[in-house]
Design a protein around this ligand. Structure first.
Ligand code: IVH
Length: 687
């Protein structure tokens, strides 16, 4: 009888599980990806069906079921379950994630081939230059996406991986448990767009698509991950009861199942065929949408793979051939110097133009004096310029004596002479200073050196500072040339007629700029402090300082001792602040800003929230919350003198524990005796 019952019940139980998964996915697609796949009606029908079934089978109750997200407003509660997590779940790899032996010459490839069984077939594939990922499928469902980590354990970044349209969340007719491994990449186009945006917002640029993909995969905001547009190629299947007896057929099967497997793959039976594959793709890869840095050669037959086995770090059945970085010989015509916003003088190589990896190169940074000396570079030298994984071309060496490079025998007067770093600023003539321990030479004329003056104004108006719309870098340079702007205080003396008379601006732009300037007077004190551009006082530090010193008057008279009690403020920053207020020119600028109506103190409400209730406390936030967002809690902790930290350690004072707190964190907290504080208890502390 019992058996009969469970047989009848079984399909319903499976339906409950399937519906939960489907509704969870639908939530995710709707709230996180903004890409709904079910109509509201379908969603509600399925939800009702799940509720009915759960009522029928109370033993199947699960507090994580989509029916159990609290609140009457379904949308709100569904979204709540999807707030970004505190970090990523760490997962032990079922099979270690190994790397590949690298080779840089065809000779090495030939040596490797020689050691293989005579009848071995070789699969040649592209070596994608991204991050490796392992996708875990259980009963056809994608259940985890684990990064390589240290090879033994990695981070489960499944929410971010699910933003990649080509990665299936479910596949039919597949083994019960298997992993697909591959590479996550940010296509060139997305990478370039992302860097353009970062440039506009004055955020540091990613050096190459791999760094950008890595930064993106570790974001806690899948919406932003989706917006950036990652992609993925899979090249390895692992597990039990897998199809085919060779790697190539296995990947073809994976492709049929719907996995993103590249077409750039070939079974080769001779060195010649391998060579042909390499030379074809060394050229053709430049037309691919993603970065590749070589070819991977794998023994096709899985039994042969098994008998070849592994070293501690790499399989013996595979090897990578890395494409040589593109390099070219060209003439270093001249060394010029660039002065940055902070006065750092950077030498720049001006080259005879060359074509490298599809772009024209005629300039390359020479970093600093030590770099030039270490290569013994001189104007007129023939130099090797390389463009590898890094996007920025670099000079790697000097070709001192070749037929095409008489180099040091150069007859032209300027050329061939020993290099001497300038002693004076190339922009304003001020003698340069080199701070002990630093490689850079700096122009100390902060308020009278054009690039530094312009840089300060550009920083002042930038989005995270005063956010003055319409006043971009080009316009600032134009105003500077016209003598309308010399420092940040001049901004508030700009007149409509002066702006409107300039070519390419006119009435409308003038109104727009002036409206932005007026609006900037409402920018809160912490951002004004950041906008002043005091050396090393970044956005976060400015916030912390502004919380302690709630007006410019109190800050101006702050002592070094007082300043260094602020979290993040060390001796150097404290010295920079006191030096800023000792300079009469700065005091005059501050006065003019104040007279113009720029905010120079925190408002009462900003001041009100400040207390020392959490002074000296290190607090970890984990889980999801009902009253405030995680970011709001972070701000609250800081506003009350506490410190928000990412991971639990003996130094942690307590964990602000919300719902669904990470199990790892809970375990760790219990084992080292760190107390958990609920949301309500925490809010009570701040009363
Ligand atoms: S196979 C056990 N195939 O290169 C062998 N790896 O430098 C597993 N990679 O960690 C790797 N393209 O992240 C394989 N077609 C390809 C690849 C590839 C890129 C990466 C992978 C690996 C790294 C080693």
């Amino acid at each position: 009888m019992g058996d009969l019952f469970s047989q009848i019940e079984q399909p319903e139980r499976e339906e409950i599980l399937a519906l939960r998964k489907e509704l969870e996915d639908a939530n995710y697609r709707y709230y996180v990806l903004n890409m709904p796949t079910l109509s509201d009606r379908e969603f509600d029908e399925k939800m009702r069906r799940l509720q009915d079934l759960e009522a029928q089978y109370p033993d199947m109750f699960d507090k994580n079921s989509p029916t159990q997200h609290v609140g009457s407003d379904l949308a709100e509660s569904k979204a709540k379950g999807r707030k970004p997590k505190a970090g990523f779940e760490q997962v032990a790899h079922r099979y270690p994630m190994l790397s590949l032996a690298n080779s840089y010459s065809l000779d090495e490839i030939q040596d490797w081939l020689r050691k293989l069984p005579a009848d071995a077939e070789i699969v040649c594939e592209l070596k994608y230059d991204g991050l490796s990922i392992s996708l875990w499928y259980e009963n056809g469902n994608l259940v985890k996406a684990v990064t390589r980590g240290d090879g033994q354990k990695g981070d489960n970044v499944i929410d971010n991986i699910k933003t990649i349209a080509t990665v299936p969340w479910h596949v039919d007719g597949v083994p019960a448990h298997f992993e697909m491994r591959g590479e996550v990449l940010l296509p060139w186009e997305s990478f370039e767009r992302l860097n353009r945006e970062r440039e506009e917002q004055e955020e540091p640029l990613f050096a190459n698509p791999r760094n950008a993909a890595s930064g993106t995969l570790k974001l806690l905001d899948p919406k932003e991950v989706k917006r950036r547009g990652l992609t993925c190629y899979l090249y390895y299947m692992l597990g039990e009861d897998l199809p085919a007896d060779n790697h190539f057929d296995r990947l073809q099967t994976a492709k049929q199942w719907g996995f993103p497997v590249s077409d750039a793959m070939k079974v080769c039976r001779s060195l010649d065929e391998v060579n042909a594959f390499i030379s074809y793709w060394d050229k053709e890869r430049k037309n691919l949408p993603v970065a590749t840095d070589g070819i991977v050669l794998k023994v096709n037959n899985l039994q042969q793979q098994q008998s070849l086995g592994y070293t501690a770090k790499t399989p013996r059945w595979a090897i990578a051939y890395k494409f040589p970085a593109e390099r070219q010989l060209t003439k270093l015509r001249q060394i010029t110097y660039q002065v940055g916003r902070t006065g750092v003088v950077t030498p720049v190589a001006n080259l005879d133009p060359i074509q490298l990896s599809g772009t024209m190169v005629q300039r390359a940074t020479l970093h600093n004096e030590d770099f030039i000396r270490s290569l013994d570079l001189r104007e007129g030298d023939m130099v090797w310029v390389e463009k590898g994984g890094e996007i920025i071309p670099k000079i790697v060496s000097v070709e001192h004596q070749t037929a095409s490079s008489p180099s040091r025998d150069a007859t032209e007067t300027q050329e061939g002479q020993a290099f001497v770093f300038p002693t004076n600023c190339p922009e304003c003539g001020t003698p340069l200073v080199r701070v002990e321990g630093e490689a850079a030479w700096r122009c100390p004329n902060e308020s009278g050196c054009a690039p530094q003056q312009i840089g300060k104004i550009v920083h002042f108006v930038s989005r995270k500072a005063m956010n003055i719309d319409g006043l971009g870098e080009e316009t600032i340079e134009l105003f500077f040339r016209e003598g309308m702007l010399r420092n940040i205080a001049d901004i508030y003396d700009l007149h409509k007629e002066d702006i409107a008379r300039l070519e390419r601006l006119g009435d409308k732009s003038a109104d727009n700029i002036l409206a932005g300037i007026t609006a900037s007077k409402q920018v809160p004190w912490a951002r004004v402090l950041f906008a002043l551009g005091i050396r090393m006082v970044g956005e976060t530090t400015a916030k912390k300082i502004a919380r302690r010193f709630t007006s410019i008057d109190t800050l101006q008279w702050a002592t070094k001792e007082e300043l260094t009690t602020i979290d993040d403020v060390g001796d150097q920053i404290a010295d920079n602040i006191t030096a800023y207020f000792l300079d009469m020119r700065n005091l005059e600028i501050v006065n003019r800003l104040r007279q113009a109506g720029v905010t120079m103190e925190a408002t009462e409400t900003e001041q009100e929230v400040v207390s020392d209730a959490l002074a000296g406390k290190s607090i970890v936030i984990s889980g999801t919350f009902a009253h405030h967002s995680r970011d709001e809690y972070k701000d609250l902790i800081e506003a009350h003198g506490g410190k928000n930290v990412g991971s639990v350690s003996k130094k942690t004072s307590f964990i602000l524990a919300g719902e669904n707190m990470g199990p790892e964190k809970r375990k760790k907290a219990e084992s080292i005796g760190v107390p958990l504080v609920t949301e309500e208890e925490f809010l009570a502390m701040l009363q």
